[in-house]
Design a protein around this ligand. Structure first.
Ligand SMILES: [Zn+2]
Length: 755
């Protein structure tokens, strides 16, 4: 068992409880839900890539070292349906305990198969360009798109749609002059109507929907291989100008982004065959006309904020119809193997709050920044389209995950950027959490960080006393090299004795993983918040969970707070909850719905390690005495004159210099002999920040600032989040109403030990 858990990390598996409760009732007793995080295609140096077909049971499970097998009688048993399978001849001829196939090596409870299935076709990309923006912004965007297209593998197919008052679909390379098909941005179109208008479909007589697709040779060419149209597209982009309609005064630009996305999806649906494809939505402003608009064109009407929802203001009337519209698009995209990436590059909100489901359900990226000129946009876009050593895109498509399990447990659902395929079986629990009622999910454009949280439910109907659970996760996807892959992870966990004895409780307590638990709780809050729960409810739930958990697992004598102590398995957990309570995932301080949507989106996307940083940011101190990074408390007292600090919130990286350090730097100590330590304390945090910026996607915002500068606000807000709102009243001081960690811990002790 220990061996198996020890390679969890490289296989991307993290359980909240590593010993599972034996019944539903026991699961409630241990307070924090039973579940695990899974990062299916995590980068793993030791992964065995097997270039042959897997041995499959008739129920669909794949052989694993955790299954029972006999090299002597040449059979293996499926733990899920109990079928005894014979090894095929190719195996049985040579298999012995000394000569096992790679998929039965003890350490290979995760392997990846490169399947013999026919390779996928080169992917299709449709770029949706906002032309209701000013010329500088459009030039920045054009430049980035041109750079990406020039690096794309030549056989990839591309398409261009521009949108503003009209939605223009560009026919590529038919003549020297671009022909575009224009759709009226104010109008609503059904998919087949768009296809008909674009000459992709001939409507059957009297038919309300459907029709016959035009033969591929006679269609207008909306998507074409890069090799054939890169010159044309380049010069088209060179000449592309902002829409520049003369606007009425006091109005917003007309922007029909909803129609543009609908059009792109309709085109890809018509090209059919469920090809690998991605829609890149570049947004310099919110949708203001047609379906999916977020705000009207009248400038007197402001874009919805949290306060508008609280007060039920009239400008929130677009919210529900927009959500419904984008949700429908999201589901169509899932069914056609399309991934949707949204680049929100605008000082104001563009509507991520309403639009996020399109990226979430298809496994796409959301990039959030002020302008197309920022590094956050340019660099993140580059990373999404980066190539591997063989010149293939590092991009995956059409991922799907299948859950299998011994019948003593069931799956309640999952959280993360996935979509339930509603494949309900005896293994899908009626207690639904997140995307449930299924054992299969679409993951779409999975990436190496994509991490999903699965919730488990004990199956109390099973009476046999089986002390282990075996879970198998099968992830199929199209890899960058267009081959079909199958990643197989097989996990086994022990089941505890009924929690009637202190021994059983201790055993389960010792199996607790506090990081995994903090991330699971954070994700549950975010999911509930997206479903409409307000932050007060989340706070109440976090507090209740924390107090109950502590009173269950801390050591103390009743009503004596001083006797309270925690084992190492729990000691960080209260702190995680303290930081979670005041994070953007729960509070919305001065954030807009779009900004907090972006943060929440990433908490549902990233690895447990990264999510832990989002919940409790890292702060490192560098001093002349010790120029190596030392972790320090997220506290205003850590902002000392003689140190350099590096703050990593995952979204932002801040390097901050104290006043003494600024002086030393100005006097140039770092360039003098004998002051290597000063040089090192100045250089190391910058180097470290650069490493983070290079690796992370989306690229975080980077700030290098000095004490007293305006830019230190980011750091001060993180160490003391209430400062931002307080600032309105007094420029000085960072007095905080909300409790500090010490007061928080003191009251936690009191509450946990009270009888
Ligand atoms: Zn089976």
């Amino acid at each position: 068992m220990e061996d198996i858990i020890s390679n969890d990390e490289q296989n991307g598996i993290k359980f909240v409880w590593n010993v599972l409760p034996s019944s539903r009732a026991d699961a409630t007793k241990i307070v924090v839900p039973v579940g695990f995080h899974y990062n299916p295609i995590i980068k793993n140096e030791n992964l065995s890539l097997l270039e042959y077909e897997p041995l499959k049971c008739r129920c669909g499970s794949i052989i694993s070292p955790l299954f029972n097998y006999s090299t002597r009688s040449k059979v293996w048993e499926c733990p899920f349906c109990h079928t005894r399978n014979s090894f095929p001849k190719a195996y049985s001829e040579y298999i012995s305990d000394e000569n096992l196939p790679a998929e039965l090596f003890k350490q290979n409870n995760t392997v990846e198969y490169k399947l013999n299935t026919k390779q996928a076709n080169p992917p299709i990309f449709i770029f949706l360009i906002d032309i209701a923006i000013d010329e500088d912004e459009l030039n920045q965007l054009k430049e980035s798109i041109q750079e990406i297209i020039s690096n794309l593998p030549q056989d990839c197919q591309i398409g261009i749609i521009t949108y503003g008052r009209m939605c223009n679909v560009i026919e590529l390379g038919s003549t020297d002059f671009p022909i575009s098909y224009a759709l009226n941005g104010e109008k609503s179109y059904k998919s087949f109507e768009i296809q008909e208008l674009l000459g992709l479909l001939v409507r059957n007589n009297n038919s309300q929907s459907g029709g016959t697709f035009v033969n591929i040779n006679h269609r207008p060419k909306f998507v074409m291989p890069v090799s054939e149209v890169s010159f044309f597209v380049n010069s088209f982009l060179d000449d592309l100008q902002p829409e520049g309609w003369s606007k009425e005064p006091e109005t917003r630009d007309s922007n029909c982004v909803g129609l543009a996305i609908n059009t792109a999806v309709s085109i890809l649906e018509a090209y059919g065959n469920n090809e690998c494809s991605r829609i890149e939505v570049f947004m310099g402003g919110p949708g203001t006309i047609g379906e999916g608009k977020i705000v009207g064109t009248d400038l007197k009407e402001t874009i919805r904020n949290y306060i508008d929802f609280e007060k039920k203001n009239p400008n929130t009337k677009y919210y529900k119809p927009a959500c419904t519209f984008y949700e429908q698009i999201a589901q169509r995209a899932v069914m056609s193997g399309i991934v949707i990436d949204i680049y929100s590059c605008c000082l104001n909100q563009v509507g991520l709050y309403e639009m996020r489901t399109m990226s979430s359900r298809t496994g796409g990226y959301i990039i959030f920044t002020d302008s197309f000129s920022t590094m956050i946009f340019k660099d993140s876009f580059r990373k999404i389209f980066s190539l591997d050593d063989n010149g293939y895109l590092k991009m995956n498509f059409k991922a799907k995950l299948h859950f299998n399990c011994t019948n003593n447990y069931k799956v309640s659902g999952a959280l993360g950027h996935l979509f339930s395929l509603k494949k309900k079986t005896l293994l899908s629990s009626d207690l639904v959490v997140g995307e449930g009622n299924t054992v299969e999910w679409a993951l779409g454009g999975i990436n190496p960080s994509s991490t999903y949280t699965f919730f488990l439910d004990s199956n109390d109907q099973v009476k046999e006393n089986i002390k282990t659970v075996i879970i198998q996760l099968l992830t199929t996807y199209v890899a960058g090299d267009r081959s079909w892959r199958l990643r197989v992870s097989t996990i086994s966990r022990r089941i505890s004795n009924p929690l009637e004895t202190q021994n059983a409780l201790n055993e389960i307590g010792n199996s607790f993983d506090q990081e995994a638990a903090a991330v699971l709780i954070g994700r549950l809050c975010v999911d509930n918040n997206f479903k409409g729960e307000d932050s007060k409810e989340s706070l109440k739930w976090i507090d209740k969970t924390l107090i109950h958990l502590m009173s269950k697992f801390a050591k103390y004598t009743k009503d004596n707070p001083n006797s309270f102590s925690l084992t190492s398995k729990f000691e960080l957990f209260p702190q995680f909850m303290f930081y979670l309570r005041r994070s953007s995932f729960i509070q919305s301080f001065n954030e807009s719905p779009d900004e907090s949507t972006y943060y929440k989106y990433l908490l549902l996307a990233e690895s447990v390690q990264n999510c832990t940083i989002m919940i409790q940011p890292l702060l490192f101190e560098y001093t002349a005495e010790n120029p190596n990074p030392i972790p320090v408390y997220l506290d205003l007292n850590s902002l000392r004159n003689n140190c350099v600090l590096l703050l990593d919130t995952f979204f932002h990286v801040v390097v901050w210099h104290g006043t003494d350090v600024m002086k030393w730097r100005e006097e140039g100590y770092q360039n003098q002999e004998g002051y290597d330590n000063i040089k090192q304390m100045l250089d190391d945090p910058q180097d470290y920040a650069e490493t983070i910026l290079n690796e992370r996607l989306p690229t975080p915002r980077f700030v290098s600032c000095d004490s007293g500068s305006g830019q230190e606000r980011l750091l001060k807000c993180t160490v003391n989040p209430s400062s931002d709102s307080k600032k309105k009243h007094s420029e000085e001081g960072f007095f905080s109403d909300d409790v500090d960690l010490k007061v928080f811990m003191d009251s936690l002790r009191k509450l946990s030990v009270s009888s």
